[in-house]
Design a protein around this ligand. Sequence first.
Ligand SMILES: Cc1ncc(COP(=O)(O)O)c(C=O)c1O
Length: 369
Amino acid sequence: MIESISTPAIVIDEKKMKNNIKRMISVKDKNGVQVRPHFKTHKSSYIAHAQIDAGACGLTVAKVSEAELLIKKGIKDILIANPLIDQEKVQLLSPYRRDVRIIFTVDSKEQAKQMITSLIDDDEFEVWIKINSGLNRCGVEPGEEALELAKYVASLKGLKLTGLFTHAGHSYASKTEEQLNQVAMQEVTSIVDTASLCENNGIPITHRSVGSTPTFERAATYEGVTEVRPGNAVFFDRMQMNLGIAKREEVVLTVLTQLISKQKNRLVFDGGSKAFTTEKGAHGNEGVSGFGEAQKDSALILSRLSEEHGIIDLVEENLSLLDKIELGEKRNFIPNHACTAVNLFDQYHMLRTDGKVVQVSIDGRGKSQ
Ligand SMILES: Cc1ncc(COP(=O)(O)O)c(C=O)c1O
């Protein structure tokens, strides 16, 4: 069945995906924390529902258009992790707020103040403060800086502060298990200590949310954490294999390509940067070489990409690859970063447990506003 799929295509394995979702949600029973997976990885309302059905408390999104899609598809609890400054975007969600819990995020006084201009009458927005735990992207610094913002937000009529959250994306630059443990601890401390500081100053912080795929299982074990937000863990990819977070057999998503040209010193497949992206690794991860590796043969590594070509250059050490594959044969390659590869396709080809292949819409694709 897989062989009949027109290439290039994104293929996912349902059984492995369900296992990964189970692994993700298992921290709920093991550690007593909620799980709010990030939508940006799969961009599919079908998979979002699979995560909710397995026990996720809601979804995390980056963008308002992603939230809108999920609301229309029946998801009832959504964190919008990117701070919103454009009030037109905030107002777009107004019609839904009666039926759906939408949590907005703030990381500055100015942005918090702007948010209340979008309120009608006595309404109020639930907000969480975004903390910088070391990624140095959005977020206020933990401790006194966060407390100052918390005091300000708590004083504003129209904003209801209920939580603090952070994303330790810098975990991707870790080279050792020890470094991963260190980042997870730093991630947790930034939230839990700041939450205590707020509470000692009379500001209750009910939700303390952390998470990245390399850290969420570690972070979930700490006292004081109430929620984790893994994204990539639904699929995994070469980066996660390299970090030791996933085994090869746990990787769900591959890009299926066909060998379209075989020359004496190279193999050329029909998937290039428009199927894999040119990503080498997120947030300083430098662990992988090339742009993707065959699922069943780690020696088959794409060394170059142009838009519609994936090339394996053959040198003396790997010339024998020429004998391993015939023109027209198809190969599943594991991409370096699954989340960005997904955003290049309209649908998944999902290999179901009964052996059939079905198409699943990547309906959040292009929802970037
Ligand atoms: C705010 C936030 N939470 C959670 C995640 C999930 O991270 P990962 O894909 O490493 O699990 C991300 C990823 O970008 C994020 O930005």
